[in-house]
Design a protein around this ligand. Sequence first.
Ligand code: MLC
Ligand code: AMP
Length: 509
Amino acid sequence: MYDANHLAHRLRAASVGREDAPFLRHVGTDRVTSYGDFFANAERIANALRRMGVHVGDRVAVQAPKTQTMLELYLGCVLSGAVFLPLNPAYTESELRYFLGDATPTLLVCDAQKHAALEGLARNCAVPNLMTIAADETGTLADARDAERPGFDPVPRNADDLAAILYTSGTTGRSKGAMLSHGALASNSETLRDYWHFTSDDVLIHALPIFHTHGLFVATNITLMAGGSCLFLQGFDEGAILDVMPQATALMGVPTFYTRLLRQFGLAYAARNMRLFISGSAPLLAETHARWQEVTGHAILERYGMTETNMNTSNPYDGERRAGTVGFPLPGVELKICEPKTGAELPRGEIGMLEVRGPNVFSGYWNMPEKTAEELRENGFFLTGDLGRVDEDGYVHIVGRGKDLIISGGFNIYPKEVEAVIDDLPGVLESAVIGVPHPDMGEAVVAVVVPQEGRGLMEAQVLAGLEGELARFKQPRRVIIADDLPRNTMGKVQKNALREDHAGLFASA
Ligand code: MLC
Ligand code: AMP
């Protein structure tokens, strides 16, 4: 009955007739949510959305704790033709203001604890509806859902229709809303389900956030499409993951998950029934790959993706999972290595910019046609901003980034955005924000700050100035006060020199 709705149909197909099969097993409680209950609740939410005046194509922004209700809202949006727009709960009010102003949602669903604080903001941004989700699954959205009946005729949507907008930070400092269609999401999850051999027997440890591609579209969509179940954790907790691992078959995580789990006693025993460990969102060190194999006997399967493209490449399921590589282009995905300036394709083995094309690629940036034109070629190839090469066996290696970007614990931070806030602080002349190696987060944010002449400036003052302005994960772990910034003859700040100077900052952290 979901046939007319491209994505909903594909998310539902594997569980039709298996209403009692478990979808979510809530870790830390005895609660299990069946497929039947999950979809019935999503239909109730779709009814509630219609009742509050959310129309086809309207944006529904969500900044809420990781809950079943939030997943039901995602599905409710898909069913009703609304556009799901999840936001990191770490974003501050000033960051949120930008997203609301840019996306003009019809509904904002926020954390119940922030309702009072956000009422004024929602009003100022002319958001007509404000509802809540609490970490314990209560809230006004749950009340509205429970007041409705299940049963909803899904709004017909085809592959090109918009399903979601995910904001990704921009090199210029302004976040861009990546528009993801029903077809892009559905095709990528179907490809991954098959490539990674997910079936209804799988039990995935789900400890990732659900406001990003990795936890929402990769982890959740694949499980739904396979008809399997998730051991659902509200956040990352290495002890809890180890406890539930014997009941699981698969784990998806960012590299920090793996380095933290390696520190746990009993990992080898806990992992004995596991089928698959997948890593992505940031580079996995070859050292972590080797250590994991030594301890558990499993070779982590590393894959490479982006908000704009979903997943592009993956190491093989059956063949060699080669450490330090992200494997092969997925079926249906074309990948070229190009000369960054001209876009000319380079011969095999040379380093250049990765460009990708396929049904997985996004439809453009929300309200930013000029940005879309810069990054998405007319022929459909997307300029990833990542630098890489393809080796003689066809494995793709990511060797660096053409874009000035820091990835800390799987979250992206654009230095430009942090520099802009620091430069506005009293007493600051200029700043340069860099990523330096960090044993836990992969990279950590460090700011090198030059005070105005005659002004004394302390690390603590700079950090205090950023509170409330930037989400915690974007705030520098260290601030270095310097007399000046190294520049080349063109006057451009030499970030490589700064990265080298401060490379050892967290060596023993
Ligand atoms: C939390 N903090 C971070 C941080 N996460 N700081 C920098 N980078 C991060 N990633 C802050 C907290 O606010 C806290 O600040 C302090 O660091 C310590 O927190 P913690 O308790 O150690 O962090 P924790 O809650 O354990 O989170 C770490 C983490 C989490 C790695 C588990 O960040 C995480 O789940 N990351 C996954 C991100 C993700 O899903 N990315 C996928 C993007 S999609 P304080 O000072 O308040 O204590 C994508 C495409 C693709 O990239 O290819 O997949
Ligand atoms: P995001 O914008 O959050 O989607 O992050 C996408 C970026 O994460 C990519 O452009 C890469 O730079 C990086 N990334 C994702 N997966 C990997 C990986 N396996 N190895 C290296 N970098 C990765």
